[in-house]
Ligand binder design. Structure first.
Ligand code: MG
Length: 180
């Protein structure tokens, strides 16, 4: 049994579609994740928005109603029978209770007691981190442990193994691709 550290936003939950959707509606734009070539979303929005793109992350209900990414729930259910799963998530403090509710609702077999709210994922005990954020992947890799990227245009600069789906991630874990 290994301890798998799993990121929430853009790994378990589809944050970008809802976040960009709110921006697109307000600013009459068509931002999508394909356009994000780096982590800083403010570079890809209209000049009149810029840093205000981050204000959407404080809106009540945003995190509570995110959809899971395809196969995330089922794969996590399978993996939780064989491994310890910790959800490691960094976000605005106001979202903490919504994230707990989301996990209780969608991942009751993991439960909110297995969420770790942190901005320093590389300091958390675990054998592997599955994440999308370039800084998290890099900092975790630099501890000598395995970081796996959920593949997005904005994390291409980070040299770690990457997967395009939860099914691919499950196969990697089960077939020991990463020498766990
Ligand atoms: Mg993330």
């Amino acid at each position: 049994m290994k301890t798998l550290l799993i990121d929430m936003d853009s790994v378990i939950c589809d944050l970008m579609t809802e976040w960009h959707g709110r921006y697109n509606r307000d600013y009459n734009d068509n931002l999508s994740v394909d356009r994000l070539k780096c982590w800083d979303s403010s570079k890809y929005v209209k000049p009149e928005c810029r840093e205000k793109i981050y204000n959407y992350l404080n809106e009540p209900g945003l995190f509570l109603n995110l959809k899971p990414l395809p196969d995330a729930i089922e794969v996590l259910r399978n993996l939780s029978k064989k491994h310890e799963i910790l959800i490691v998530t960094s976000s605005v403090t106001t979202a903490f209770s919504e994230k707990e509710k989301w996990v209780e609702r969608n991942l009751p077999f993991i439960g909110k007691e297995n969420i770790v709210f942190t901005h320093r994922k590389n300091k958390i005990c675990g054998d592997l981190l599955f994440d999308d954020a370039p800084h998290n992947l890099l900092n975790f890799k630099n501890t000598g442990r395995i970081a796996i990227a959920m593949d997005y245009p904005y994390n291409q600069s980070i040299n770690v193994p990457r997967v395009k789906s939860w099914l691919e991630f499950e196969q990697g874990i089960n077939e020991n691709w990463w020498d766990l």
